[in-house]
Design a protein around this ligand. Sequence first.
Ligand SMILES: C[S@@+](CC[C@H](N)C(=O)[O-])C[C@H]1O[C@@H](n2cnc3c(N)ncnc32)[C@H](O)[C@@H]1O
Length: 366
Amino acid sequence: MASDPIETRKSTEGMVDYNRNSSAQQQHAIMQADHIRRLVGKLGRVEPELRLVDYGCGPGMSAIETVRPAIETYRAQFADAPIAVCHSDQPGNDWNALFGLVNGPDGYLSDNGPLRVEAAVGSFYDRLVAENSVSLGTCFFASHWLSHAVRLNAPGTVLFNDLHGAARVQLAEMAYRDWVSFLRHRTAELKPGGYLLVSALGSVPDAAEANGAAAAGRGIYRAMQAVAQSMADDGMLDAEVLNGFVFSLWFMTATEASEAISGDPILATACEVEHLAVTPAPENPDDLFKDKVDDPAEYARLYVGYTKAFADSTLRTQLFEPSAQAPDAASELADEFYRRLDALYRAHTTTYACEIWHLTVALRRR
Ligand SMILES: C[S@@+](CC[C@H](N)C(=O)[O-])C[C@H]1O[C@@H](n2cnc3c(N)ncnc32)[C@H](O)[C@@H]1O
């Protein structure tokens, strides 16, 4: 049984067909607009330029909606002040899709003042831009991806929340280290007085759960586990590969997020926590696609599209390819997986509904 080794490969290589299947993330970015406007409003004029960095920007419209309110707010105050917008993600991000949107009719290049656009390519667990250069950093729906893929002793689950014993402790420790490392890098990159706004999926205390907390999206991961197990039972997936596979994700509770900051001497000294909370999504918090529940085919189509967008690269590299017996077999396994997932959602609909809690953290660099 695979256990312990932390792999060198990434937890995700990037998103698939993201723009069409990320309505939740787009709504979330729009929902954060007031928060972003408030933070930019507090910055005043920044010299030599206002630098915005969106970490884990992804390839879709949410990346545009994240920076737009910051540009508009600053430009309304300082018509001639230079702005630099930096989109940051891993090499595997669909950069052509992103810059197509930036340059397109719904992009932000119609801004009338001096504005330049840049990209920082790499992992947000490393330094990505110069120290003391960022006025506002944002990171939405991304920091819950851990720094590396893991293989653990994880039979019966692909979700951190359902792990037990040593496997759970090991992933919890990695999540803690990663969160501290992410924040230390961002804090170093912020200018004094600058802000970091992070929003990721979160967890809430729930005595009915084996580990005492309910994780956002638990229904989707339990649906994926059920489908993967059925394929292993039918001899299509390697049972040992499945038993060692877990998504390298951790959705923190408010206590986990906050104790990591207050318990780290560097972070506790370098920044103030302006806001930290886990809250239900403002729309459809109990079921992302609640509005379609009376149409099981459409409900299933939406859930499969949403799942594929964030999970496909992880499933391919960590489950299908290691199980594949022949060069084309991984794609066939993927097709079969999504066919079964679709059938599961049609048959059981709300049993595997995706609940959403957001962890939102705003920090100010002292
Ligand atoms: C679900 S998408 C979110 C995109 C966008 N921020 C949004 O709100 O829609 C997660 C993004 O995080 C990126 N990501 C995951 N791990 C990362 C890492 N270690 N460094 C940089 N980006 C990472 C992925 O490549 C992906 O583009």
